[in-house]
Design a protein around this ligand. Sequence first.
Ligand code: ARG
Length: 254
Amino acid sequence: MKKSILKASALAAAAVMSAALLTGCGGEDKLVMGTNAAFPPFEFTTAQGLVGEFDGIDVAIASEIASDMGKQLEVADMDFDGLIAAVSTGKVDMVAAGMTATDERRKNVDFSDTYFLASQVMVVAADNTDITKAEDLKNDKTVGVVLGYTGDSIVTNDLQIPENKITRTNRGLDVVQEVKNGKIDAVVIDSATGKALAEKNGLKVVEDPEAFETEEYAIAVKKGNTELLDKINATLAELKASGKIDELAVKYNQ
Ligand code: ARG
């Protein structure tokens, strides 16, 4: 009798474990956030982060979502261009990664309400005088972008910078370093991250609001996962109404 109970519970445990393995998600009590933690101030790693080594505006927002759901937040860090696949195959529950809600991405995932507005900027050497607007990049300039970011598609498709003038890396910091070392002329990247990286590396930021449209950051879930999406939107609405998102922006930009 005792033996069979033990056996049954072992079987149940095995079933739970394999279900967790199959879905890849943390299971009942965990909310797994996919991100690419090389995008300060939205996500970055630090000795003592909010969740393990991870910290930033998105990590703080996702923690609130998880806690409203009575779950523990887990962060899955990966290359940015793998995030859409990770959420649409169920490897992670949601993507919180300063991700711009684009029509292209909407084909594969559903997005929450907007929680932050941004636009692209150009990061150039502090003494650069010949790049004052986006059009100037077409003047034989070498331009850096991060693979799969909206900046990549703007430089490649909208500005049509020739391929041999584009440098693509997996992290903003790496491509910004190329500007610092005088290897390339400019990096096109999101405003808050561009400012953070420029400041740290003694570079400057050039804005061109006419050329670079406003981008809306939103959290992505698997297509059709309205149950999670509704919960995310409820928490976002609460955070916006209480002024908490603005507070986070101020806190993490320092
Ligand atoms: N907003 C840009 C995009 O959606 C860049 C986001 C980069 N995010 C990150 N966590 N690395 O393409």
